[in-house]
Design a protein around this ligand. Structure first.
Ligand SMILES: C[S@@+](CC[C@H](N)C(=O)[O-])C[C@H]1O[C@@H](n2cnc3c(N)ncnc32)[C@H](O)[C@@H]1O
Length: 367
């Protein structure tokens, strides 16, 4: 089938059925997919509070399927297209509740996606369980998958996530409130969309797994949360939504916002993504000389550089030799040590960590 060029889809909320629209999107053209598909909640009765007021849940037609089998067929159809349009290093996020996420997880695996994480979004302000016959349903699950097992080069901004979390590795349990206050879009005082997701959730997803300029697609766009956050973070977006009212709501929403300035969008860079420089190269290139004595920042431990790029401790320290990391860990009595940050030397009479010399070489390489 003739496919349109990807540019025809960019930065638009496309009205229509995802099962049709996705087919027109070219192969391997999308960096990131976030999908918040119908949950198939199977709500048959109206839910009321103890005071008999009606709970506004998800009772719309778009959430209704005749059977689990029908839901599975629908899931396989859109996930098959999602896999085709994802770039080889692209990833997909699918959010769901206990009603649908297990079915979706198994279909993802059946279709050859590789599950990277399941994230538990813990709602800090969940809706109570009105009838008191079950636990309060206080979380949703997000499954994050790469296109297949073999592709290890998918985008994960590990250091940016760590930085967002006060320099502690980001975990898979995210505590965030549900969408509320001024963020909740209302029309005549009523919620414009029953399942509008919080921007904070999308912001974390998009920051974690894409870069500025990437194409982010949401096949069940709803009120346009994914597109709005993608625009703020200077990514390109494609939303697909079959309900024309929601298309209108989301277009207004997107038009009213602009991207953050480009400097604010530079992420903490992963050291792993920088070119590897072995310590030996610093010696070979003459930035440090064999025989020079390195020290820690408190000048408690000392070690001599050898011609092969290894270190040997200097008396009165017990004699230990090995890599900058191994000798650092041994003197500290620790299982590991980053020798680049631990050992120091002089540069123009100023004390600097070894990392200073490594960065110098990296900059040369980038010229
Ligand atoms: C769970 S809601 C998504 C809410 C969205 N994440 C937000 O923050 O507003 C699912 C949306 O998918 C739409 N939808 C359902 N089936 C669809 C289909 N086959 N094609 C396109 N949109 C569909 C519904 O109209 C609904 O707005």
């Amino acid at each position: 089938m003739h496919k349109l060029k990807i540019n025809n889809f960019l930065n638009r909320i496309i009205p229509g059925n995802s099962l049709d629209i996705l087919r027109d999107i070219p192969d391997e053209s999308i960096d990131l997919i976030f999908a918040d598909p119908p949950y198939n909640l199977q709500i048959s009765n109206k839910l009321t509070r103890p005071n008999n007021s009606l709970v506004k849940g998800v009772s719309e037609e778009w959430d209704k399927f005749d059977s689990f089998d029908d839901y599975d067929k629908f899931t396989i159809q859109w996930l098959t297209q999602a896999k085709r349009i994802l770039k080889s290093d692209g990833t997909i996020w699918v959010i769901g509740s206990y009603h649908n996420i297990f079915r979706i997880g198994s279909k993802l695996q059946d279709l050859g996606f590789w599950l990277l994480n399941d994230i538990i979004w813990i709602k800090s302000n969940p809706m109570p369980n009105f009838r008191g016959r079950r636990f309060t349903n206080a979380h949703e699950t997000l499954i994050w998958s790469s296109k297949n097992k073999n592709n290890k080069s998918y985008n994960f901004n590990y250091d940016a996530m760590k930085s967002l979390n006060d320099d502690i590795q980001m975990r898979s349990d995210w505590i965030l409130p549900i969408c509320r206050g001024s963020e909740r879009i209302k029309i005549n005082g009523e919620k414009a969309h029953s399942t509008q997701k919080p921007e904070a959730l999308l912001s974390r997803v998009i920051l974690a797994s894409s870069k500025v300029g990437d194409i982010v697609l949401d096949p069940f766009s709803g009120s346009g949360t994914t597109a709005s956050v993608a625009k703020k973070l200077d990514r390109k977006f494609i939303g697909i939504e079959k309900d024309l009212n929601y298309v209108m709501v989301s277009k207004q929403r997107i038009n009213s916002i602009s991207s953050y300035d480009s400097e604010a969008l530079i992420l903490t860079e992963s050291k792993k993504s920088k070119p590897r420089i072995p310590f030996g190269q610093i010696i070979e290139r003459g930035l440090l000389k064999p025989g020079a004595i390195l020290f820690d920042n408190k000048k408690k431990y000392f070690a001599k550089i050898r011609a092969d790029g290894s270190l040997i401790t200097v008396p009165p320290n017990k004699s230990i030799s090995g890599s900058i990391h191994k000798v650092g860990a041994s003197v500290l009595g620790s299982s590991s040590c980053n020798g680049w940050d631990f050992w120091h030397y002089y540069n123009n009479k100023k004390i600097v960590p070894l990392d200073f010399f490594r960065e110098k070489l990296r900059k040369e390489k980038n010229k």
